[in-house]
Design a protein around this ligand. Structure first.
Ligand SMILES: Cc1ncc(COP(=O)(O)O)c(C=O)c1O
Length: 458
């Protein structure tokens, strides 16, 4: 079926799509009287009705209210059980409340929630970080945004350079230094930033992922302190590195004295020890957030011995005063306990094997459903992370990834899946198979996807 994006978004009939969306919206709302009543009572105390603005980004007429999350399953306030595949953008990549983490939190909760000193678990967790990710020295933060912010500060401090290079379409949290885009060959501040009053683009360079010529041109001026990137772009539609990209990225950053910060907050799902360990990448600084402590708000950032030495010299010479890094609740004993439990008992080879096998099953099932309807779509998988993309692929960079999005189609599909008991991430079509996800949940998702595609193309 030819895809004319003007008349047939993603190869679908727009009238059929609109009718499907309307039907599914009614179905969602009708089935959830209790959720609606709860929101009617309690939502008005929150700005725009939700405690975090992205809770409005779901395609449903109103958000779900969650009563319980267990393993890879949610129960909502109307009692519906929902298979949760929206685990890859959250801290629950290893499933909800993994038992060893819940135990460690319970134990620590009896011994104090927060104080400004290390615990014994902190000392063990540091060694586990080194065993998992390599011989870096580490610091703790609460969010990946903060971990990236701190890593970038260190990179700027030790290189004495101002600029950060990020790839178009990347997301590294709300760290404003990275909130830039590439537009007509220029680095510009991203649209929509609230209350932004100074020029972020002055201290950043934005180029396309996989564009090694642009990378060399950007680094050659000697102004870039650090390249901050995910090994795979995961925050628009997934974009994979082309063969040789990472080798050249590393060689060029070394040649021009730029540090390489890898943000593995999402790609930790690629395999044990993250994408970097699997692919033998050698970052100067390394960030993992979200799920690294099994869902308890924690992020870690590490640096090589060489960077640590340069930082120690910088630190010794700087005037005394605030470093600009750190928040009060970062480095608390609850984090240490959860981090240790996750590294020692949750991030295991067996867990990753299960994720890998499940994700391969999911990718194959979705791909077959797409092929059955001859839609011009594709499926991409990196480890436990699977995404269907409503456009042909593979995608090469952020511009192609942005163009591949089909908001209307995606909203209808996501809502249809939710009504069939499967939750996927709202911002893109990404699904994650956790160590606690069951084969039957994967098969239910494939069946629901197949049913919806059949309905939309019949
Ligand atoms: C790659 C990456 N880095 C950093 C972040 C920021 O994480 P947080 O919102 O926990 O600060 C995200 C969030 O989506 C991310 O995808």
């Amino acid at each position: 079926m030819p895809a004319d994006p003007q008349t047939r978004p993603a190869g679908l009939d727009p009238r059929r799509l609109a009718a499907f969306q309307a039907r599914e919206s009614r179905r969602f709302a009708k089935a959830r009287p209790r959720t609606r009543a709860l929101l009617d009572r309690g939502a008005r105390a929150w700005l725009a009705g939700v405690p975090m603005h992205w809770m409005r980004d779901w395609p449903s007429p109103f958000p779900l209210v969650v009563s319980q999350a267990e393993k890879a399953r949610l129960t909502d306030a109307d009692g519906f059980g929902i298979d949760d595949f929206c685990l890859g953008d959250t801290g629950s990549m290893f499933g909800h409340s993994p038992a060893p983490v819940a135990r460690a939190i319970r134990r620590q909760a009896r011994r104090g929630l927060t104080y400004m000193l290390p615990s014994e678990a902190a000392l063990r967790a540091g060694l586990l970080l080194q065993a998992m990710f390599g011989p870096l020295v580490w610091q703790l933060a609460t969010t990946a945004t903060d971990a990236n912010r701190n890593a970038l500060r260190v990179a700027r401090a030790v290189t004495g350079r101002r600029k950060v290079l990020v790839f178009n379409g990347a997301y590294h949290g709300t760290l404003q230094d990275t909130m830039v885009a590439l537009q007509d060959g220029q680095t510009v501040a991203r649209q929509g930033l609230v209350g932004q009053v100074f020029d972020i683009a002055a201290e950043a360079v934005c180029i396309e992922f996989n564009d090694l010529a642009a990378l060399e041109a950007a680094l050659a001026g000697g102004e870039v302190a650090a390249v901050l990137t995910e090994p795979v772009l995961t925050n628009s539609c997934m974009v994979l590195p082309e063969p040789g990209f990472h080798d050249t990225l590393r060689a060029l950053t070394r040649a021009y004295g730029t540090l390489l910060i890898l943000d593995e907050t999402h790609t930790l799902s690629s395999g044990l020890g993250g994408y970097a360990r699997g692919a033998g990448l050698e970052p100067d600084l390394y960030v993992v957030g979200k799920c690294v402590a099994g869902g308890l708000a924690t992020a870690v950032w590490g640096m090589t011995g060489a960077v640590a030495e340069r930082f120690a010299a910088y630190d010794a010479a700087r005037p005394s005063g605030h470093s600009g890094m750190g928040t009060t609740l970062s480095g608390n004993p609850l984090q240490f306990a959860a981090l240790e439990a996750t590294l020692a008992e949750v991030m295991t080879e067996a867990a990753y094997d299960h994720m890998e096998r499940g994700a391969a099953r999911l990718a194959a099932g979705l791909g077959a459903a797409i092929a059955r309807q001859a839609l011009p779509w594709h499926v991409v998988r990196v480890g436990a992370r699977v995404e269907f993309i409503c456009a042909p692929g593979p995608l090469k960079n952020g511009t192609e990834a942005a163009a591949a999005h089909q908001p209307q189609v995606e909203a209808a599909l996501h809502l249809g899946l939710l009504n069939r008991g499967c939750l996927i991430a709202p911002f893109h079509n990404m699904m994650l198979v956790s160590p606690l996800t069951k084969k039957r949940q994967i098969d239910r998702l494939i069946a629901a996807f197949d049913e919806i595609l059949t309905e939309l193309t019949r």
